[in-house]
Design a protein. Structure first.
Lengths: 281, 281
């Protein structure tokens, strides 16, 4: 029995190893063939060009993913943090429960549903507002991502805010600070490692999201532009994998993009474990 | 401006900010649900959910996708449930090596952070190509096992930890062996946590799309269980993507979105209910 349970336990480690090995083994060869500089710094992605030499630069994807994530965080974190303060401190219990249920539901809605509503509501709205030929832009993707990371920011921040000792707040109130001043100048700074965790989790979710933004971002491999169609690392994989011929350099390069995305995620994990958890201790 | 005036202004501005952000979050959900109801309800018909798409009669039906979703939940849960509960039992009841426990927990944490598109990539390489299973419910289900395993391990582990130590000692003192003690005393007391984990995992499977694109496939035909295991089968989420992005059938997509929304609601309520029961015990 002992051995059987041990095997079950070790399976998770096996899965992680399996993912690492497969991504490295299938992702590295293409980088070698294309060349490190051409792959990471090339601005042009044209794997199927026939009249000219095909080109496999992933700089547009990487920069788009970074800019899109940064935009989503800039938009989502203030709203999320303010909502978290409302839920943890300001709201009457009944209102708080209602909004908490709403947030939980938002977290459970499948990403394709966000993509669909974004495609039908948000994209035409952006097109009309900015008088563009198409509203499928990075801006649309940023808004969708911001909404999708809201639940994790709100939930984790609220838990952190609730964990701050009541004494801190009482001391601040006794010194004559108003309630809001106390929440923002005492409670929020005291909960900063938890709030930082929530933001990092949001970054991880935003950079890895594929299906919601593939439907709203226009899917053209341009350098990032707020009001232009763009393609992310995740959407590049999702959109080209189905027609890239098996064994072609294009397909191998898509695996390399997967490897790069994996490295980003691992960096976020390490950051979360080393920097933030250490500070909390 | 005097200090007092500035302070008053700050307080007022922050109050407005907190309320606006919270209202915005709530309004987002209400708007999203309202819009999906408005677009989805008129298109939801008995014919849609009870037939398969026929090009001869020119009708669209999503029965195959409903069935595929159920199939993939069955396959993934049948494998992940024993594996996850086994792993949790190992971690809480058997493991004596602290480093190994840390390693397994770290692996589970890492798996939680990996984006679903990467699971899809590795699943395709490992199950579809290396093992030669072909795109279908089996390859898709196995890919999902990697994704949902950490959820089941964590929730089971948490509820195993709440089983009082005295129960274990009592069983051992009566002469029960370790496995018998776990089977007859520990597991029955932890069943609520396991159920919560299962509900959360089913929720994740229902909403998943990126990991299934290249592992379960896009097929819209109705197959029996055995045939579906090895033939391209789209779940509800993938079907939504196909109908919305590739066929431009927005009405069908919204009908599917409505079904997914209803499922999310049911799953959320179920998890809440099971969680509450867990806390009461």
């Amino acid at each position: 029995m002992n051995v059987l349970f041990f095997l079950c336990g070790i399976v998770t480690v096996g899965f992680v190893l399996c993912i690492c090995i497969y991504l490295i083994v299938s992702g590295v060869p293409a980088i070698g063939k294309i060349g490190l500089g051409n792959f990471f710094l090339g601005k042009i992605w044209k794997p199927t060009a026939t009249t000219v030499e095909p080109s496999y630069g992933i700089l547009p994807f990487v920069l788009t993913s970074l800019c899109g994530t940064a935009g989503a965080v800039l938009l989502g974190v203030p709203i999320g943090l303010l909502t978290a303060v409302f839920l943890a401190k300001v709201a009457p219990p009944k209102t708080a429960n209602l909004i908490r249920t709403a947030v939980q539901l938002l977290a459970g809605i499948p990403s394709v549903v966000y993509g669909l509503v974004g495609m039908i509501v948000l994209v035409p709205a952006i097109q009309r507002f900015f008088a563009l030929s198409s509203g499928a832009t990075m801006l649309a993707a940023i808004v969708v991502l911001a909404i999708m990371i809201l639940p994790s920011i709100i939930n984790v921040s609220e838990t952190a805010l609730r964990a701050v000792p009541k004494d801190y707040e009482d001391a601040s109130l006794a010194l004559g600070a108003t309630e809001l001043e106390t929440y923002f100048r005492v409670t929020v700074p005291a909960a900063k490692s938890g709030i930082a965790t929530s933001i990092v989790l949001g970054v991880g979710r935003a950079i890895g999201e594929a299906m919601a933004i593939i439907m709203v971002s226009g899917n053209v491999p341009n350098m990032p532009k707020l009001l232009g169609p763009v393609r992310f690392m995740t959407t590049a994989i999702a959109s080209e994998m189905s027609y890239a011929p098996v064994g072609s350099l294009q397909r191998e390069a898509l695996f390399s993009i997967g490897l790069v995305l994996f490295l980003f995620i691992m960096m976020i994990n390490v950051f979360l474990n080393v920097v933030i958890k250490k500070e909390r201790r | 401006m005097t200090f007092e005036k500035k302070r008053k202004l700050w307080n007022r501005a922050v109050r407005v900010g907190v309320y606006t952000a919270s209202m915005l979050t709530a309004a987002l959900l209400v708007g999203l649900i309202g819009y999906i109801l408005y677009r989805g309800l008129p298109n939801l018909s008995w014919q849609l959910v009870s037939t398969q798409t026929s090009y001869i009669r020119d009708t669209i039906g999503i029965l195959p996708n409903l069935v595929n979703t159920v199939y993939i939940i069955l396959v993934a849960m049948a494998i992940a449930l024993p594996l996850g509960v086994g792993a949790a039992i190992y971690l809480t009841e058997y493991s004596k090596n602290r480093h190994l426990t840390r390693l397994i927990e770290f692996a589970a944490e890492t798996l939680t952070g990996i984006p679903s598109i990467l699971f899809g990539l590795v699943g395709m390489l490992l199950f579809v190509q290396r093992m030669g299973l072909g795109a279908g419910i089996l390859a898709g289900g196995l890919t999902l096992v990697m994704m949902i395993l950490p959820t089941i391990v964590r929730t089971t582990q948490e509820s195993l930890k709440t089983v009082p130590q005295a129960y274990r000692e009592g069983a051992l003192a009566l002469g029960a062996g370790k496995w018998r003690m776990i089977r007859t005393v520990v597991l029955p007391s932890a069943v609520d946590g396991i159920v919560t984990g299962c509900i959360l995992a089913i929720g994740r499977i229902t909403g998943e799309s990126a990991a299934l694109l290249f592992t379960a496939g896009f097929g819209l035909k109705l197959n029996n269980f055995v045939k579906a295991l090895h033939s391209s089968s789209a779940t509800l989420t993938v079907a939504l993507y196909v109908y919305a992005s590739e066929q431009g059938k927005i009405d069908v997509a919204f009908a599917i979105a409505l079904i997914l929304l209803a499922l999310t609601l049911v799953i959320n309520l179920g998890a809440n209910y099971a969680g509450k029961k867990l806390r009461r015990n």
